[in-house]
Design a protein around this ligand. Structure first.
Ligand code: PHE
Length: 363
């Protein structure tokens, strides 16, 4: 037809080729302004329409509109493709593999004393013992008098007691409890027999060397009913010690002893092997003292409002730190409380593992 038609075809080919070649949003936008903007090439051609004859204007105008639509559509399509490609790139870069294991929070470790307490709670819990608690600061009555220590008796001093300035209702100075036995008193005062409980916690004595620290931990056990005997005490302790040290057989030796609050009283030694510089429980011909025990003294029952003619029972007390050293091999007790991160990392336990009897309490 005429030259202008040819111009349109050439312009279309040129613009579409450049849209196709544009490789970023900026150049594509520049191209849009160049073709379709107010000063753009297509707009410039629109301005020629006025000078044309009505026929020419009709064909040329229609052709221009088609060109305008084609270029617009090409630009829109290209823009969408670019946006999609950009999104793809972003998703790829930020991809998260949800099948990877989570990053474990750095929780530190469980202190061996806490671990052993959990183990003992699992062992005695399985045997039907409840867990009782008492405060670190005790009255003279609970720590001594109710436990049949005679008033002002030097036995109070043999415990290397920390006496406080504060006085209890009885006018006697309060103490940092020297053993967990006052929790026997607390339990008997608030609960009628049958009683079957353990209590674990801090205890305090003025003492410090490789196997003694001024603060240490004890576990107390108390059973009060109408029939329990020394034989029951013995079988419970054997079962508990076997479960704790995870050994099939263990020898216990009951040696006569004296505690004001039990009669008869016995110190208990566990059979072990001390050759080779390391103590191994459950083998060998050596003995190691691990606990105090006995039948609860009638005077203690009386002090706690329990009729000794009707009720009887046994009690035992063990050092928890000592139990931890024997099982997990720490040589010096003082390290337990030095807050040395290297020691804690080495001897600490995972917070994700709970002691239970099924898998062996220590695993
Ligand atoms: N309380 C005693 C001590 O600390 C241990 C013990 C508890 C003894 C219960 C007998 C009965 O040495």
């Amino acid at each position: 037809m005429n030259g202008q038609t040819t111009d349109l075809a050439a312009l279309e080919a040129d613009l579409l080729a450049r849209v196709d070649a544009a490789n970023d949003e900026t150049s594509l936008e520049a191209l849009r302004v160049e073709a379709l903007g107010k000063q753009g090439s297509i707009s410039a051609l629109m301005k020629n329409l006025g000078a044309m004859s009505p026929d020419e204007r009709k064909t040329f105008g229609a052709g221009l509109n088609v060109l305008k639509d084609k270029v617009t559509e090409a630009i829109v399509t290209k823009k969408a493709a670019m946006a999609e490609a950009a999104l793809d790139r972003q998703l790829q870069a930020e991809a998260v593999d949800v099948t990877l294991p989570p990053v474990r929070p750095r929780l530190g470790t469980i202190h061996p004393v806490s671990q052993v307490m959990e183990e003992l709670a699992a062992i005695f819990g399985e045997m039907g013992f409840t867990v009782e608690e008492g405060p670190d600061i005790e009255t003279d009555f609970n720590n001594f008098t109710a436990l049949n220590f005679p008033p002002n008796h030097p036995a109070r001093e043999t415990h290397d007691t920390f006496f406080l300035d504060a006085k209890g209702e009885d006018g006697a100075r309060k103490v940092l409890r020297t053993h967990t036995s006052p929790v026997q008193v607390r339990t008997m005062l608030k609960q009628k027999p049958p009683i079957r409980m353990i209590c674990m916690g801090r205890t305090f004595r003025k003492d410090s060397d490789a196997t003694h620290t001024p603060m240490f931990h004890q576990i107390e056990g108390l059973v009060i009913d109408e029939t329990s005997t020394m034989a029951d005490l013995k079988s419970v302790l054997i079962a508990a010690i076997k479960a704790y040290f995870e050994v099939d057989d263990v020898k216990l030796r009951f040696r006569p002893h004296h505690f004001p609050f039990t009669e008869p009283s016995a110190e208990v030694d566990v059979g072990c092997d001390k050759s080779g510089g390391q103590i191994k429980i459950g083998q060998g011909d050596d003995w190691l003292e691990i606990l105090g025990s006995g039948m609860v003294h009638p005077n203690v029952l009386k002090s706690c409002g329990i009729d000794p003619e009707k009720y009887q029972g046994y009690a035992f007390g063990m050092g928890i730190d000592r139990l931890a050293m024997l099982k997990y091999g720490m040589p010096d007790l003082r390290d337990f409380f030095a807050a040395d991160e290297r020691w804690l990392k080495h001897y600490g336990f995972s917070p994700f593992l709970l002691p239970g009897l099924a898998q062996g309490v220590g695993s």
